[in-house]
Design a protein around this ligand. Sequence first.
Ligand code: BTN
Length: 276
Amino acid sequence: MSNTPTPLENKTRSLNLGERKQNFCSQTINNRLIHTAIRTEVLPEVDSTNAYLLRQIKNKADIHGHAVIAQRQTQGKGRQGKTWVAKEGQSLPISLAWRFPKSMPLSALPLVVSLCVWQVLSTLGVPAQIKWPNDLMIEQAKLVGVLVESIQTPTESISVIGIGINLSTPKITDRLTLGIWDYNPLCDGNHLATLLLLALNQTLLQFEQHGFSLFKKAYLSACRDLGNPVVLWHKEAILAQGIMQSVTDEGALILRSDNIENTFMIGEVSLRGHNA
Ligand code: BTN
């Protein structure tokens, strides 16, 4: 393999803004959310913003519309039991609690959330694409991760929607990553959080009314791998390979290989491009 850096690696290295830090401010964000059900709390330090909201739900707090941002997150949770690592003030770790009717199918919620983040990033000039089900990527480099965790009560479902957005490029050795500041150095984290919460407010209300079918076309057009060969992994072993055809109304991946279509639900599987 050649040691020559790819254009993406060159960009990652040359634009890394090092130790710049974002300070989050709840008042700045909440001032612009007054017409929504969302209120934001900024914590100087927490283990995980998702875990923080889940604890409150278990303590029976009514936290619909409660958003939490951590200045420093010490045990960020990723999908499939992985950790989410980010340095203080160099990422936006945010979680939002949202109540849904008990009958509402929520399997496609992570896809809808990723589309919402994609729309916000587009307005900020960040050319990301979605990797099924809910990562935001620039080519092979990850920019945003989403972790939705839901709790069922006898009367309703409560989802904690966790989003981790890299502001600067984290120094992680085993995979390519990028940050918003690589593409939009002037982007302020409070502005980003505000745009995101305003967009989520609208999107979640629409999702509750219409389900995933309203978003499916837009989701597919933002997907990096639609029509391309992909490999599906399960615990470091290849589970399936094929062309990404589409997603179902439940958010499952449809892969075609040898003229046969197979469907894979979100869960323990992860998707990689053919060359990744
Ligand atoms: C992934 O790509 O594996 C999902 C990463 C999700 C990270 C975010 S950061 C805010 C929220 N709190 C957490 O502990 N995790 C999510």
